[in-house]
Design a binder for this molecule. Sequence first.
Ligand code: NAP
Length: 309
Amino acid sequence: MSTQYDVVVAGAGPAGLSAGMYAARSGLKTAVIEVGFPGGQISNAALVENYPGFADGVSGMELGQLMHRQAEKSGAETITAELSGLVPGGGAGGSHLLKTSEGDITATAVIVATGARYRLLEVPGEVELTGRGVSYCATCDGPFYREKKVAVIGGGDTAITDAIELTTFASKVSVIHRRNELRASVAVQEKARSNPKIEFVWDSVVEEVVGDPMVSSLRLKNTKSGIISELSVDGVFVAVGSVPSTGFLHDVLPLDESGCIITNEQMETDIAGVFAAGDVRHGSARQVITAAGDGATAALSARRYISSL
Ligand code: NAP
């Protein structure tokens, strides 16, 4: 592994891989760092129907792999490592220093595209029963629930597309939502509402995930009446949004109240030569296509920055 690059992209989701492809195609020595396998959150989506060019949809896993292949074909190197810190100007000649599990790397420009990870419900039983009936990935774990009863927590696009996907396996899918109105897009809602295997449990929150050694039920609380009830389930899929992966950036970059990186429209942060793209960025529309667009914009800005030095 080389340790000095023109551009280092942190994160290999749609934003990072698009940034890597654009930077490498500009002739810049580029690396994309990723701790897991490339593709990002989209790899968990069974079917992506709103990414242009795929009129019949494409699996998230395949889309991620195609993006990775294209970035590498363009000349971007993939480094498998965990990123633990960024020291702006900490490298030779004012370059930026990235601390990783594989050693230090320096880059003239850094593009942070570390995305987000799932948000926890933070209720008793959730952590203890993760992997024993509590899941955050319907695509990965859905097949374990053939002819079983499952619950999905949340009312956004992820929750509702998960619920639809789970009906392929489960006998019944209960969507537990804290309000009586879904956040998911209308097209997705309509598909779910017309699916006879899906029932909605409105105005309800999970108080506890119950089971030993496997999930057996959920203790629910109606947010309007306060009434507590028990729902018998074999599995629970948590889909209550995500939190940005910016833990390694505290006290380095200005973040908003939810931990997202603040940028301008050119994806520039307050630190010269440090850019951000995709879900990790304040104001992101959190779509694959906008993440890819952010990545391209960030790489073009990085190229402009490097040319100006
Ligand atoms: P999201 O849109 O933030 O929705 C999170 C859901 O979880 C909301 O319904 C929220 O309730 C609920 N929630 C949050 N915290 C909760 C808690 N502590 N307890 C109970 N419920 C809680 O997240 P997402 O569904 O993961 O979607 C993220 C982005 O990806 C969105 O922009 C979405 O459009 C996009 N996406 C698109 C697709 C697609 O096919 N086009 C698929 C997946 C995701 P409230 O509604 O009451 O806030």
